[in-house]
Ligand binder design. Structure first.
Ligand code: IMP
Length: 548
């Protein structure tokens, strides 16, 4: 290196930078699989850059299909333990998108899509409702399980029934648990008409000094509820994923590629679907090509995410068929045993890079699906060219994921299972009564007990197993620890992402991907001992709290 003494400061800096640029590896060197083999996210790191801005200035906006841009690059998997209506609404409010699974009847799936499209922030559209013949004990049970006691009472005991009263904490205090709610409910009600704006409803709630405001239609039937406690929380979601024109939340759902899926898709489109995800473990098939072409002819405005793929060749077929986005991953999911059993797949970092590098030439974004275990993995997926990440296991333990919490070995958990697990492939088969009543610690009682058999199994089609006499599992079934609400967890992922970008000296996803392409963002491989060094080590014990 030349001595700096005879160089002017700015020239010296340029020289220094030229030398410094050779530090680490450019992405093509890192991803040369002939030298390093296939890589996972844990096999490398990104070298730091220069910080001259605040983390909150970082823009995480990114494209997930040709025409859809999200403010945060987060998607939830179409799995029956991850994404139903509640998760899809929350993901969209927080700037991401949830893909509603199809291991359920087409009408149930369409109802969830409709719920996302109809969602008005602040209104509770699926409140807990009881009937006058319920008893005080039922209210105490709701309070214990869900933490609130302001419950509307309708003649049918469900939403859509005629509103008769409301039961609050004070109504049930000091009452015998067997007292009928008809004897204790408050019937002097303040209500608001359906169609009222959130702002107007909030005013009524404030003036009435009540805890809950039931919203009713012209016939007095309950349509939704507004809670004072929600009013006190921040009700605005500045990052929400909304269509620019209608301001409705984006709705995405998965379908298979069989003829029956065309009927399913019709229902979903009628319900307002914006993005369809063709759900297959190996997307490069004649069925998927036919399906993409049919969708493009029938619903030209529907965005189609095709997949899954892990090679350029697979991607080429689906792009040629008309895909607007590609889902990348085969065998990287936390519940996945595909690579073990099928000997087919690809390490995820290599797969994301290969497909993204190829698809970007045609303007098709890719989604890095599976294997996301922490914020760092998200950053690495984006650096390798992904427009977003898709998460299953990381979100399955949140409140908004389907299923109830239960205790397993002293930990509060929720069921999480692969769609290629035997349990998911058998979804819809009757559950023995014993499993429903005293199913021990089996997580599936929580799922199976709530589903009915009204559809062909979607999981079998995802793994091309419908016609097989023997079902070969490609996934396992287990549980994941309680993660609290996605409304706290996703903002953590977002803030984590912004801090990581700050460390890299990068202001946006676009700048990151451009920097990687031009060789300005540099990488380093991690040896096995480097990975040990990069984790917590040498402590007798510790607590790992991820955010506060
Ligand atoms: P995770 O985020 O690592 O838990 O992975 C979730 C992803 O795994 C999903 O989005 C699917 O692409 C994939 N997946 C879901 N079920 C299975 C399965 O049974 N076997 C293999 N992969 C699966």
């Amino acid at each position: 290196m030349p001595s700096q003494s005879y160089l002017r400061p700015s020239t010296a800096l340029d020289h220094l930078k030229t030398y410094a640029r050779s530090d680490g590896l450019a992405v093509a060197e890192l991803m040369d699989s002939r030298v390093h083999g296939g890589l996972t996210y844990n096999d490398f790191l990104i070298l730091p850059g220069k910080i001259d801005f605040a983390a909150h200035e970082v823009l995480t906006e990114s494209k997930i299909t040709r025409n859809v841009v999200l403010k945060t690059p987060f998607m939830s998997s179409p799995m029956d333990t991850v994404t139903e209506g509640e998760m899809a609404i929350s993901m969209a409010l927080l700037g991401g998108i949830g893909v509603i699974h199809h291991n359920q009847s087409p009408s149930a799936q369409a109802a969830m899509v409709r719920a996302v499209k109809r969602h008005e922030n602040g209104f509770i559209t699926d409140p807990v409702v009881l009937s006058p013949s319920n008893i005080v004990e039922d209210v105490l049970d709701v309070k214990e399980r869900l933490g609130f006691s302001g419950i509307p009472i309708t003649d049918t005991g469900s939403l859509g029934g005629k509103l008769l009263g409301i039961v609050t904490n004070r109504d049930v205090q000091f009452r015998s648990p067997s007292t009928l709610l008809s004897d204790v409910m408050t019937t002097n009600l303040v209500t608001a008409p359906e169609g009222i704006t959130l702002l107007e409803a909030n005013d009524i709630l404030r003036d009435s000094k009540k805890g809950k405001l039931p919203i009713v239609d012209k016939e007095g039937r309950l349509t939704s509820l507004l809670a004072r406690s929600d009013l006190l929380k921040n009700q605005t979601y500045p990052l929400a994923s909304k269509l620019p024109e209608s301001k409705q939340l984006y709705a995405a759902a998965a379908v298979g590629t069989r003829p029956a899926d065309r009927d399913r898709l019709r229902l979903l489109v009628e319900a307002g679907l914006d993005i369809v995800v063709l759900d297959s473990s190996q997307g490069n098939s004649i069925y998927q090509i036919d399906m993409i072409q049919w969708i493009k002819e029938t619903y030209p405005n529907l965005e189609v995410i095709a997949g899954n793929v892990v090679t350029r060749e697979q991607a080429a077929t689906l792009i040629a068929a008309g895909a607007d986005g590609l889902r990348v991953g085969m065998g990287s999911g936390s519940i996945c045993i595909t690579q073990e059993v099928m000997a087919v797949g690809r390490p995820q970092a290599t797969a994301v890079y290969a497909v993204a590098e190829f698809a970007s030439k045609f303007g098709v974004p890719v989604i890095a699906d599976g294997g996301i275990g922490n914020v760092g993995h998200v950053v690495k997926a984006l650096a390798l060219g992904a427009g977003a990440v898709m998460m299953g296991g990381l979100l399955a333990g949140t409140t908004e994921a389907p299923g109830e919490y239960f205790y397993h070995e002293g930990k509060r958990v929720k069921a999480y299972r692969g769609m290629g697990s035997i349990e998911a492939m058998e979804q819809g088969k009757p559950v023995p009564p014993s499993a429903k009543i005293n199913g021990g610690s089996s997580s599936h009682k929580h799922l199976n007990a709530t589903k009915t058999i009204t559809h062909e199994n979607a999981a079998t089609s995802r793994y091309f197993s419908e016609s097989s006499a023997v079902k070969v599992a490609q996934g396992v079934s287990g549980d994941v620890q309680d993660k609290g609400s996605v409304k706290a967890f996703l903002p953590y992922l977002h803030a984590g992402l912004q801090h990581s970008f700050q460390d890299m000296g990068i202001h946006s996803v676009r700048e990151l991907q451009e920097g990687v392409k031009r060789g300005r963002v540099r990488f380093e491989l991690r040896t096995a001992s480097a990975q040990v060094e990069g984790g917590v080590h040498g402590l007798h014990s510790y607590t790992k709290r991820l955010f506060a």
